[in-house]
Design a protein around this ligand. Sequence first.
Ligand SMILES: CC(C)=CCC/C(C)=C/CC/C(C)=C/COP(=O)(O)OP(=O)(O)O
Length: 258
Amino acid sequence: MSWLANPIGRLVKAGVLKVLSSGPVPDHLAIIMDGNRRYAKQNRLGSAAAGHYRGFDKLREMLFWLLDVGITNVSVYAFSIDNFKRSDEEVGALMSLALDKFRALLSDPDLIHRYEVKVLVTGDLSLVPRDVRAAAEELMEATSGNNKCVLNICFAYTGCYDIGSAVDRVAARVAEGSLAPSDVDAAAVRDSLLTGGMPPVDLLLRTSGEKRLSDFLLWQCSRAHLAFIDTLWPDLSLWDVAGVLLDYQDTRWRQPCR
Ligand SMILES: CC(C)=CCC/C(C)=C/CC/C(C)=C/COP(=O)(O)OP(=O)(O)O
């Protein structure tokens, strides 16, 4: 167990989170949780799946930090459409993990109920097994009345799919007559994205040293501050998060009106 769980550690953590919450915090933080397989290898966990399970535990731990700091919209890249190209064994393990965790989040009083988190699962859910889709839909339905925070789990997702399907929805509205062709503009496409009413991403964090967007929230990140750190996702610490947020706050103080 981390030292942050002992009484002194809890005080230090509360102090760090309080300091961070006193500066400007992003309205919307997006995270590419990269490095689970390398973490599994380095720590001899025996399978990539074990690294992904550690990855979920880190996500849950980090969400408490972010919500305590006052960040109210968090998007995470949990499974890209490109991830279907991985081995059947790994894809199957990631689907089982999602099924398990979507069900666990349904009854997670400390996180979902206490912080009143609405959970969205966004992506092409027609591509995922029926039981995973049903669990995702049940989770979204059960949390749809929560309105303090949004956790957007991008699953079977890519930014190109998101933009393409938004354009399809706009075209369908034009075809049925509910939108005039002259009213088709960037705002109409933006409002049809899977992220719906979420604000644009202010800060994108990617772990593990890779400096790429990997087709994540391309439209939503058009003005985002980008943070790339070397830490593998399951190793992410409170200090990593503090460093990224302090850097973001420094940028906001220097450029208040972007
Ligand atoms: C249901 C839910 C919210 C699950 C969250 C679990 C989680 C953290 C999933 C991320 C999966 C993923 C493809 C990570 C990228 O690391 P990688 O596998 O590419 O690792 P590598 O870069 O070391 O190869």
